[in-house]
Design a protein around this ligand. Structure first.
Ligand SMILES: C[S@@+](CC[C@H](N)C(=O)[O-])C[C@H]1O[C@@H](n2cnc3c(N)ncnc32)[C@H](O)[C@@H]1O
Length: 270
Protein backbone atom coordinates (compact mmCIF):
# COMPACT_ATOMS: atom_id res chain seq x y z
CA UNK A 1 0.00 0.00 0.00
CA UNK A 2 2.77 2.41 0.97
CA UNK A 3 4.55 1.69 -2.34
CA UNK A 4 1.37 2.39 -4.30
CA UNK A 5 1.03 5.79 -2.63
CA UNK A 6 4.72 6.58 -3.07
CA UNK A 7 4.70 5.73 -6.79
CA UNK A 8 1.21 6.96 -7.52
CA UNK A 9 2.17 9.04 -10.55
CA UNK A 10 3.97 6.07 -12.11
CA UNK A 11 0.93 3.75 -11.87
CA UNK A 12 -0.80 2.71 -15.12
CA UNK A 13 -2.77 5.64 -16.50
CA UNK A 14 -6.18 3.96 -16.36
CA UNK A 15 -6.11 3.51 -12.56
CA UNK A 16 -5.13 7.05 -11.59
CA UNK A 17 -8.50 8.82 -11.89
CA UNK A 18 -10.52 6.00 -10.21
CA UNK A 19 -7.97 5.95 -7.39
CA UNK A 20 -8.40 9.67 -6.73
CA UNK A 21 -12.20 9.30 -6.75
CA UNK A 22 -11.91 6.45 -4.25
CA UNK A 23 -9.55 8.54 -2.11
CA UNK A 24 -11.96 11.49 -1.86
CA UNK A 25 -14.89 9.23 -0.92
CA UNK A 26 -12.81 7.37 1.64
CA UNK A 27 -11.68 10.57 3.35
CA UNK A 28 -15.27 11.84 3.48
CA UNK A 29 -16.45 8.53 4.94
CA UNK A 30 -13.85 8.82 7.76
CA UNK A 31 -14.85 12.38 8.57
CA UNK A 32 -17.57 11.69 11.09
CA UNK A 33 -16.81 14.47 13.53
CA UNK A 34 -14.93 17.52 12.26
CA UNK A 35 -13.07 18.56 9.13
CA UNK A 36 -9.33 18.71 9.76
CA UNK A 37 -7.84 18.55 6.27
CA UNK A 38 -8.77 20.86 3.42
CA UNK A 39 -5.28 21.07 1.89
CA UNK A 40 -3.54 18.07 0.32
CA UNK A 41 -0.17 19.44 -0.75
CA UNK A 42 3.23 19.05 0.95
CA UNK A 43 3.32 22.68 2.10
CA UNK A 44 5.64 25.67 1.78
CA UNK A 45 7.65 27.45 4.49
CA UNK A 46 9.81 30.56 4.15
CA UNK A 47 13.56 30.03 4.69
CA UNK A 48 14.05 33.15 6.86
CA UNK A 49 10.70 33.12 8.57
CA UNK A 50 8.53 30.01 8.21
CA UNK A 51 5.43 32.20 8.15
CA UNK A 52 5.15 33.97 4.82
CA UNK A 53 1.66 35.44 5.35
CA UNK A 54 -0.60 36.63 8.18
CA UNK A 55 -3.50 34.22 8.56
CA UNK A 56 -6.84 34.34 10.32
CA UNK A 57 -6.82 32.07 13.41
CA UNK A 58 -9.17 29.57 11.73
CA UNK A 59 -6.62 29.05 8.90
CA UNK A 60 -3.59 28.60 11.14
CA UNK A 61 -3.72 24.79 11.40
CA UNK A 62 -3.23 24.45 7.62
CA UNK A 63 -0.65 27.23 7.36
CA UNK A 64 1.89 25.37 5.22
CA UNK A 65 -0.60 24.03 2.69
CA UNK A 66 -2.08 27.53 2.36
CA UNK A 67 1.37 29.09 2.03
CA UNK A 68 1.91 26.78 -0.94
CA UNK A 69 -1.12 28.43 -2.56
CA UNK A 70 0.15 31.87 -1.61
CA UNK A 71 3.48 31.06 -3.25
CA UNK A 72 1.81 29.64 -6.38
CA UNK A 73 -0.46 32.65 -6.82
CA UNK A 74 2.01 35.36 -5.87
CA UNK A 75 3.29 35.74 -9.46
CA UNK A 76 0.29 37.87 -10.50
CA UNK A 77 -2.47 39.89 -8.78
CA UNK A 78 -5.73 37.93 -8.74
CA UNK A 79 -7.93 40.78 -7.46
CA UNK A 80 -10.90 41.34 -9.75
CA UNK A 81 -9.89 38.38 -12.00
CA UNK A 82 -11.89 35.34 -13.10
CA UNK A 83 -9.92 32.37 -11.82
CA UNK A 84 -10.11 28.62 -12.45
CA UNK A 85 -8.33 26.10 -10.27
CA UNK A 86 -7.85 22.62 -11.71
CA UNK A 87 -7.36 19.86 -9.12
CA UNK A 88 -8.75 21.89 -6.22
CA UNK A 89 -8.88 18.83 -3.94
CA UNK A 90 -10.71 19.52 -0.67
CA UNK A 91 -10.98 23.21 -1.46
CA UNK A 92 -8.88 24.78 1.31
CA UNK A 93 -6.57 26.57 -1.14
CA UNK A 94 -9.49 27.79 -3.26
CA UNK A 95 -11.22 29.20 -0.19
CA UNK A 96 -7.99 30.84 0.97
CA UNK A 97 -7.21 32.50 -2.39
CA UNK A 98 -10.80 33.71 -2.76
CA UNK A 99 -10.92 35.20 0.75
CA UNK A 100 -7.44 36.73 0.74
CA UNK A 101 -6.81 37.69 -2.92
CA UNK A 102 -10.36 38.85 -3.82
CA UNK A 103 -10.82 37.53 -7.38
CA UNK A 104 -14.12 38.46 -9.08
CA UNK A 105 -14.89 34.74 -9.24
CA UNK A 106 -13.07 31.49 -8.44
CA UNK A 107 -14.06 28.05 -9.73
CA UNK A 108 -12.44 24.95 -8.23
CA UNK A 109 -12.60 21.82 -10.38
CA UNK A 110 -11.84 18.26 -9.36
CA UNK A 111 -12.74 14.69 -10.32
CA UNK A 112 -14.89 13.47 -7.49
CA UNK A 113 -18.63 14.11 -7.21
CA UNK A 114 -18.73 13.61 -3.40
CA UNK A 115 -15.54 15.67 -3.12
CA UNK A 116 -17.18 18.57 -4.97
CA UNK A 117 -20.35 18.25 -2.86
CA UNK A 118 -18.17 18.41 0.26
CA UNK A 119 -16.38 21.55 -1.00
CA UNK A 120 -19.60 23.38 -1.95
CA UNK A 121 -21.08 22.60 1.45
CA UNK A 122 -17.99 23.25 3.59
CA UNK A 123 -16.52 26.34 1.87
CA UNK A 124 -19.36 28.81 1.61
CA UNK A 125 -17.46 31.86 0.43
CA UNK A 126 -18.86 34.62 -1.83
CA UNK A 127 -17.65 34.31 -5.47
CA UNK A 128 -16.38 30.73 -4.93
CA UNK A 129 -17.91 27.58 -6.37
CA UNK A 130 -16.75 24.05 -7.11
CA UNK A 131 -17.57 21.90 -10.13
CA UNK A 132 -16.88 18.30 -11.04
CA UNK A 133 -14.67 17.87 -14.08
CA UNK A 134 -11.55 16.41 -15.62
CA UNK A 135 -8.35 18.37 -16.19
CA UNK A 136 -8.09 16.76 -19.62
CA UNK A 137 -11.56 17.91 -20.71
CA UNK A 138 -12.46 21.19 -19.05
CA UNK A 139 -16.20 21.99 -19.10
CA UNK A 140 -15.77 25.66 -20.03
CA UNK A 141 -15.99 27.88 -23.10
CA UNK A 142 -12.86 29.14 -24.85
CA UNK A 143 -11.25 32.26 -23.30
CA UNK A 144 -13.20 32.02 -20.03
CA UNK A 145 -10.54 32.78 -17.41
CA UNK A 146 -7.86 35.36 -16.56
CA UNK A 147 -5.87 32.85 -14.50
CA UNK A 148 -5.63 29.07 -14.15
CA UNK A 149 -4.17 27.80 -10.86
CA UNK A 150 -2.84 24.24 -10.56
CA UNK A 151 -1.22 23.05 -7.32
CA UNK A 152 0.37 19.62 -6.90
CA UNK A 153 -2.07 17.94 -9.26
CA UNK A 154 -0.64 17.91 -12.82
CA UNK A 155 1.70 15.02 -12.11
CA UNK A 156 -1.33 12.78 -11.60
CA UNK A 157 -2.83 13.34 -15.03
CA UNK A 158 -2.56 10.45 -17.48
CA UNK A 159 -2.21 12.78 -20.53
CA UNK A 160 -0.54 16.03 -19.53
CA UNK A 161 -0.57 17.41 -23.10
CA UNK A 162 -4.39 17.23 -23.12
CA UNK A 163 -4.41 19.24 -19.90
CA UNK A 164 -2.05 21.89 -21.33
CA UNK A 165 -4.13 22.13 -24.49
CA UNK A 166 -7.29 22.63 -22.42
CA UNK A 167 -5.65 25.33 -20.28
CA UNK A 168 -4.51 27.09 -23.46
CA UNK A 169 -8.08 26.99 -24.76
CA UNK A 170 -9.88 28.32 -21.65
CA UNK A 171 -7.25 30.91 -20.67
CA UNK A 172 -7.70 34.40 -22.14
CA UNK A 173 -4.86 35.64 -24.38
CA UNK A 174 -3.42 37.87 -21.63
CA UNK A 175 -4.07 35.33 -18.88
CA UNK A 176 -1.69 33.62 -16.44
CA UNK A 177 -1.20 29.89 -15.94
CA UNK A 178 0.15 29.34 -12.40
CA UNK A 179 1.54 25.81 -12.28
CA UNK A 180 3.17 24.39 -9.15
CA UNK A 181 4.15 20.75 -8.78
CA UNK A 182 6.82 18.17 -8.02
CA UNK A 183 8.82 16.32 -10.66
CA UNK A 184 11.80 13.99 -10.67
CA UNK A 185 14.77 16.23 -11.51
CA UNK A 186 15.41 14.51 -14.84
CA UNK A 187 11.79 15.17 -15.93
CA UNK A 188 11.88 18.97 -15.49
CA UNK A 189 13.40 19.73 -18.95
CA UNK A 190 10.67 17.52 -20.46
CA UNK A 191 8.01 19.53 -18.62
CA UNK A 192 9.43 22.79 -19.99
CA UNK A 193 9.40 21.31 -23.51
CA UNK A 194 5.81 20.11 -23.11
CA UNK A 195 4.76 23.61 -22.08
CA UNK A 196 6.58 25.14 -25.06
CA UNK A 197 5.09 22.56 -27.47
CA UNK A 198 1.63 23.42 -26.10
CA UNK A 199 2.04 27.05 -27.12
CA UNK A 200 3.08 28.46 -23.74
CA UNK A 201 6.00 30.59 -22.59
CA UNK A 202 7.48 30.44 -19.10
CA UNK A 203 7.82 33.99 -17.77
CA UNK A 204 9.28 33.09 -14.39
CA UNK A 205 10.08 29.95 -12.44
CA UNK A 206 11.37 29.02 -9.01
CA UNK A 207 12.58 25.76 -7.50
CA UNK A 208 11.08 25.55 -3.99
CA UNK A 209 12.19 22.09 -2.80
CA UNK A 210 14.01 23.55 0.24
CA UNK A 211 10.87 25.42 1.26
CA UNK A 212 8.85 22.23 0.92
CA UNK A 213 11.32 20.29 3.08
CA UNK A 214 11.19 23.01 5.70
CA UNK A 215 7.38 22.83 5.73
CA UNK A 216 7.48 19.03 5.96
CA UNK A 217 9.87 19.27 8.94
CA UNK A 218 7.91 21.94 10.78
CA UNK A 219 4.50 20.34 10.18
CA UNK A 220 5.67 16.79 10.92
CA UNK A 221 4.42 16.55 14.55
CA UNK A 222 0.93 17.82 13.60
CA UNK A 223 0.61 15.39 10.71
CA UNK A 224 1.82 12.42 12.76
CA UNK A 225 -0.59 13.23 15.57
CA UNK A 226 -3.52 13.45 13.13
CA UNK A 227 -2.58 10.21 11.40
CA UNK A 228 -2.13 8.45 14.75
CA UNK A 229 -5.54 9.67 15.98
CA UNK A 230 -7.64 9.03 12.90
CA UNK A 231 -6.13 6.37 10.68
CA UNK A 232 -6.44 2.59 11.20
CA UNK A 233 -3.12 1.10 12.23
CA UNK A 234 -2.66 -0.94 9.04
CA UNK A 235 -2.90 2.24 6.91
CA UNK A 236 -0.62 4.47 8.98
CA UNK A 237 2.45 3.88 6.87
CA UNK A 238 0.55 4.58 3.60
CA UNK A 239 -0.84 7.80 5.06
CA UNK A 240 2.61 8.80 6.27
CA UNK A 241 3.75 8.41 2.66
CA UNK A 242 0.85 10.51 1.36
CA UNK A 243 1.65 13.23 3.90
CA UNK A 244 5.42 13.07 3.24
CA UNK A 245 6.34 12.59 6.91
CA UNK A 246 10.02 12.35 7.84
CA UNK A 247 11.34 8.90 6.90
CA UNK A 248 8.81 8.39 4.09
CA UNK A 249 9.99 7.66 0.56
CA UNK A 250 8.64 11.03 -0.60
CA UNK A 251 10.46 12.94 2.14
CA UNK A 252 13.71 11.13 1.27
CA UNK A 253 13.31 11.90 -2.43
CA UNK A 254 13.06 15.63 -1.63
CA UNK A 255 15.91 15.47 0.88
CA UNK A 256 18.24 13.74 -1.60
CA UNK A 257 17.39 16.29 -4.31
CA UNK A 258 16.11 13.57 -6.67
CA UNK A 259 12.60 15.04 -6.50
CA UNK A 260 12.26 18.77 -7.19
CA UNK A 261 9.35 21.14 -6.64
CA UNK A 262 8.78 23.91 -9.17
CA UNK A 263 6.54 26.95 -9.34
CA UNK A 264 5.93 28.52 -12.78
CA UNK A 265 4.32 31.68 -14.11
CA UNK A 266 3.28 30.80 -17.67
CA UNK A 267 1.59 32.78 -20.46
CA UNK A 268 0.46 32.19 -24.03
CA UNK A 269 3.50 32.22 -26.32
CA UNK A 270 1.71 34.10 -29.12
C1 LIG B 1 -2.34 16.06 -4.16
S1 LIG B 1 -4.00 16.58 -4.41
C2 LIG B 1 -3.83 18.35 -4.34
C3 LIG B 1 -5.13 19.01 -4.11
C4 LIG B 1 -5.05 20.54 -3.94
N1 LIG B 1 -4.52 21.16 -5.10
C5 LIG B 1 -4.26 20.92 -2.71
O1 LIG B 1 -3.12 21.37 -2.87
O2 LIG B 1 -4.79 20.76 -1.61
C6 LIG B 1 -4.26 16.29 -6.17
C7 LIG B 1 -5.70 16.58 -6.61
O3 LIG B 1 -5.76 16.47 -8.04
C8 LIG B 1 -7.00 15.88 -8.36
N2 LIG B 1 -6.91 15.27 -9.71
C9 LIG B 1 -6.18 14.20 -10.08
N3 LIG B 1 -6.39 13.93 -11.38
C10 LIG B 1 -7.27 14.86 -11.83
C11 LIG B 1 -7.90 15.11 -13.09
N4 LIG B 1 -7.63 14.34 -14.17
N5 LIG B 1 -8.75 16.15 -13.19
C12 LIG B 1 -9.02 16.95 -12.12
N6 LIG B 1 -8.46 16.76 -10.89
C13 LIG B 1 -7.61 15.73 -10.75
C14 LIG B 1 -7.21 14.84 -7.27
O4 LIG B 1 -8.55 14.41 -7.20
C15 LIG B 1 -6.74 15.61 -6.05
O5 LIG B 1 -7.79 16.32 -5.47
Amino acid sequence: MRRIVENYAELPRFVRKPLWRFWHSWIISREKRDVVMTCMNYGYAGMENEKTIELEPRDESERYGLQMYHQAASWVPLAGKEVLEVGSGRGGGASFLTRYMHPASYVGLDLSEPGIAFCNQHHQVPNLRFVKGDAEQLPFEDDSFDAVVNVESSRCYPHIMKFFSEVKRVLRPDGAFLLTDLRWGQDVPKLRNELRDSGFRIVAEQEIRENVIRALDTDDPRKRALIGERIPRMLISAFGEFAGVQGSGRYSSFASGAMEYWSFHIVHAD
